[in-house]
Design a protein around this ligand. Structure first.
Ligand code: ZN
Length: 218
């Protein structure tokens, strides 16, 4: 009780002063936490925090599908991208899966992404997908395609959204950010995906994935 009374508002001359004091206190706290984390060896790569890279969207163009063919694209004035983009980098990471791919996303309507996922499944990679029930039946959702191919898909059945956007590749890489797996997000929205290799972080996301996977088994 006395503690509250001993901290009068007029201690700070302006709201700005109080704001600055609060921010300084927050920085002090973060620095203490950082020192503690470094001391405990929590990060496998100190200084990097396990961040491999961050991809930013929108891309100016969608990737040209002819680039997958031998000889590349021969179309004159082709309007698609022939150089690496954030999406092609993203697809490269996804496609690097050799054992497992756990996907937990709001919705998937991007055919470039679903083609990579289907291809991995066909190559024997164990793919699991968690998604939102409100999106799975909307036009363009690729969920039906995944199910038809034999990929296990589970959904939440609540009015709330399963709004995560992350994927775990072989238990060694985590893709996480605002990026929806849609065409609109690639060339329209401001989005990000950070690629992380921090094992402690990956384990936390894996535990959450497993929890949701069990929870949505109805
Ligand atoms: Zn082209």
């Amino acid at each position: 009780m006395g503690g509250c009374l001993s901290r009068p508002a007029e201690k700070y001359e302006t709201d700005k002063d109080k704001e600055v004091a609060d921010l300084k206190a927050q920085v002090d706290q973060l620095q203490k936490a950082l020192t503690a984390a470094k001391g405990s060896g929590a990060h496998a790569a100190p200084g990097k925090g396990g961040v491999v890279e961050t991809l930013f969207f929108p891309d100016a163009k969608l990737p040209c599908r002819n680039m997958k063919k031998p000889g590349g694209c021969r179309r004159k004035n082709c309007e698609y991208a022939h150089e690496p983009t954030s999406l092609t980098r993203f697809l490269d990471y996804l496609g690097s899966a050799t054992r497992t791919l756990d996907i937990c996303v709001f919705t998937i309507t991007n055919d470039d992404i679903s083609d990579v996922v289907l291809n991995l499944h066909q190559k024997g990679v164990k793919v699991r997908i968690i998604t939102d029930n409100d999106q799975s039946s909307t036009q363009g959702s690729d969920i039906a395609k995944f199910r038809a191919a034999g990929i296990p898909v589970r959904q939440d059945h609540s009015p709330a959204h399963m709004h995560h956007k992350f994927a775990i590749i072989d238990g060694r890489l985590l893709l996480n950010g605002s990026f929806n797996w849609t065409r609109q997000a690639v060339t329209g929205n401001n989005e990000n995906v950070t690629v992380l290799s921090d094992l402690a972080l990956i384990q936390a996301f894996q535990a959450q994935f497993n929890k949701l996977w069990s929870m949505f088994n109805t």
